[in-house]
Design a protein around this ligand. Structure first.
Ligand code: ATP
Ligand code: MG
Length: 417
């Protein structure tokens, strides 16, 4: 078993990386219980997964590689910090609760795997972005405190947040009420506005990076933490590698566009909002590439179709955040916050509207062909291949106007004869 990973962590990792299905993990757990019941002792879940043929040794070693060298002993030796316990492990690092000795305060220390030290470009970016992030100060951003290197391990020190992540709650089966989701999304939108105005783009907004304190203060984590690879490289990594499935990534990051701006974060926040209120990720698929393809091409199933108790304003806002073309999203977190505040007061949003008539006339007055339904605009049809409703409504209106005008002309002609 990878050192430092217990059975539940192994179970979570193999499912997240789509190496093993949840059913296979259940089968392995049952087998583990049977063996223990038969007096054979409790064998590690990883061994049972391998014995049953659900996981190969190589895959297990790879899991070990992505976690092992950042955990355990080496991290105990960071000067100035006394590591107390491991609080979590993600795809690229291990996080510890620690005491910062100089100030006698509790902090979180994220230790990166040694292999990243070999990438000089990454290391330079890690320090640059980490130092810059330490200048940010906002109640809804996990405060960056320090970056450094000890024994070949790079580490990132940050504010310690006592609580859980939105991911933990979703994984436990929670579907958020509209009001609770609005509260959390509003707090993260404030964090993003603060960061964006200072030139920061997060690039990895997702439920795992939203921490919640016991008082339900939401804090955006990993701001200023350099990403290991370019977004597209990370996204393209196949299942089983060191990256999660790209459920929240923006289309432009998938396309590997060079100029990613703050609106990529708005898309990811929209995808997170979608998951929170529907209990489902916006796009699912058997492989990361299948999910990414859907982000690029497939119209979104409107969230209010999945959760009919959602207000239509909330549905429209999520769809606007998740518009495939970033020009169709909120221009900035400021306008998003205005709409969130209106929604919280029970008013209709100001920017996210899907009044069909207005959309059509606005488009017609710009001289555009009204196609609707390609997932670019705020409202897309639920199923691919369905007749684009905006187009057919536009056609009806235009034909109606033409018919009306010609009747009027006939009446005028008849009257003047
Ligand atoms: N500042 C913090 N205070 C307390 N716990 C934290 C802090 N930052 C992270 N954690 C915990 O450590 C876990 C691992 O965090 P990490 O950022 O390494 O990975 P992740 O965001 O969960 O996933 P991934 O690596 O797939 O992006 C988190 O899920 C969280 O439970
Ligand atoms: Mg994280």
């Amino acid at each position: 078993m990878p050192e430092g990973l217990d059975d539940s962590q192994i179970g979570r990792l193999v499912i997240e990386r789509q190496l093993v299905t949840p059913d296979e993990v259940r089968t392995a757990v049952e087998q583990q219980r049977r063996l223990a019941g038969a007096g054979q002792g409790v064998r590690p879940l990883s061994d049972i997964l391998v014995d049953l043929g659900f996981l190969t040794r190589t895959q297990l070693d790879r899991l070990q590689g992505s976690n092992d060298d950042s955990g355990g002993r080496p991290a105990q030796q960071i000067p100035g910090y006394q590591l107390q316990r491991k609080v979590g492990a993600g795809a690229m690092a291990v996080v510890y609760r620690a005491k910062q000795l100089s100030l006698d305060r509790t902090v979180a220390v994220k230790v990166l795997p040694k292999r990243l030290s070999r990438n000089a470009e990454f290391v330079a970016r890690f320090y640059r972005e980490g130092r810059a992030a330490a200048q940010l100060n906002h109640n809804n951003i996990v405060q960056a405190i320090d970056v450094g290197e000890a024994n070949g391990f790079h580490y990132f020190v940050m504010e310690f947040v006592e609580g859980c992540t939105v991911y933990d709650e979703l994984a436990a089966g929670k579907v958020y009420s509209e009001a609770e989701a609005i509260d959390i999304i509003t707090q993260i939108a404030r964090a993003l506005l603060h960061a964006h105005e200072r030139g920061f783009i997060h690039r990895d907004v997702k439920p795992k990076n939203i921490m919640l304190t016991r008082e339900r203060v939401a804090k955006l984590a990993d701001m200023g933490l350099a990403r290991e690879a370019s977004d597209v490289q990370a996204a393209m990594a196949e299942a089983g590698r060191a990256y999660g499935t790209p459920y929240y990534i923006s289309p432009e990051q998938i396309r590997g566009e060079v100029h990613i701006d703050h609106r990529a974060d708005l898309y990811s926040l929209g995808a997170t909002f979608y998951h929170m209120v529907t209990g489902r990720v916006p796009f699912e698929g058997p492989t990361p590439s299948a999910v990414m393809h859907k982000h690029l091409k497939e119209p979104l199933v409107p969230p209010d179709h999945l959760n009919t108790s959602l207000s239509s304003g909330c549905g429209a806002m999520i769809e606007m955040l998740m518009a495939k073309n970033r020009d169709d999203r909120y221009p900035s977190a400021r306008e998003l916050l205005e709409d969130l505040e209106r929604l919280a007061r029970g008013q209709a949003p100001k920017y996210a509207r899907h009044s069909v008539g207005e959309d059509v006339f606005a488009a017609l007055s710009r001289g555009q062909v009204v196609t609707g339904g390609n997932g670019q605009g705020p409202r897309a049809p639920a199923a691919a291949g369905a007749a684009p409703p905006v187009f057919s409504t536009a056609l009806t209106i235009v034909l109606g106007i033409v018919a009306g005008v010609s009747i009027l002309l006939n009446i005028v002609q008849a009257a003047t004869r």
